[in-house]
Design a protein around this ligand. Structure first.
Ligand SMILES: Nc1ncnc2c1ncn2[C@@H]1O[C@H](COP(=O)(O)OP(=O)(O)OP(=O)(O)O)[C@@H](O)[C@H]1O
Ligand SMILES: [Mg+2]
Length: 192
């Protein structure tokens, strides 16, 4: 299984989503971003930081690989998108105008795949509805919600999955329930 997490727009949660999924499922993460924290967070051998002239790694389909590409043009993004079982496009809602870069990213990606899932990320209030409303004018890709939560940064900081953090504390068990449920919903959506 290959998952690409991408948006041309920076800071939308590509790395946070990639790492949260990998910590939960033991997946491998590959990035083209030299400043990425993935090697510090994931177990030895589970993260690969490609050099600018490296080809995509060749791995069998039964290995779960997540591509966390930086928000800049790179021919390898297209290559990975063509091979991907799912392409996740995270977007943090600010305003309809701010969504233009994400729409450009969608237009680029949909030339190569239809396995696109938009992730309305770091949601508060009715953000997910607003994302659905704006994108719905152009596309009918599924839009799934991931709420704003400290669970994501805590898991990454502590190099543990959200589930492990919840098992270690009654308080966190309650507090992280919703974000974990949303992450699992997303995973069952793309793996079904
Ligand atoms: N669901 C969430 N809840 C709370 N904070 C979040 C959530 N998703 C992302 N963030 C925060 O948003 C910021 C940007 O996330 P991240 O670094 O993953 O974005 P990115 O798309 O990988 O950025 P870049 O383009 O620089 O690689 C981080 O500070 C992260 O902690
Ligand atoms: Mg990143």
């Amino acid at each position: 299984m290959k998952i690409v997490v991408w948006n041309l727009k920076g800071g939308q949660g590509k790395t946070v989503l990639s790492l949260s999924i990998a910590l939960l499922r033991g997946s491998y993460v590959v990035t083209n971003d030299t400043y990425s924290p993935i090697e510090k967070v994931l177990p030895e051998g589970h993260a690969l930081q490609m050099d600018p002239d490296d080809d995509l790694p060749q791995v069998p389909d039964d290995i779960e690989l997540i591509y966390d590409f930086g928000g800049y043009p790179d021919a390898r993004v297209i290559e990975a998108v063509k091979q991907a079982d799912a392409v996740l496009i995270p977007i943090i809602y600010e305003s309809p105008l701010e969504m233009q870069v994400t729409i450009n990213a969608l237009e680029e990606v949909e030339r190569y795949t239809d396995k696109i899932v938009v992730i309305a990320n770091k949601c508060q209030g009715d953000d997910v509805e607003k994302v659905r409303e704006v994108l719905g004018q152009f596309y009918d890709y599924p839009v799934l919600e991931i709420k704003k939560s400290t669970a994501f940064s805590k898991a990454i900081e502590q190099k543990k999955s959200m589930r492990e953090l919840m098992e270690s504390s009654k308080l966190l068990e309650f507090h992280y329930k919703k974000p974990l449920a949303q992450l699992e919903e997303l995973l069952s959506f793309i793996t079904e």
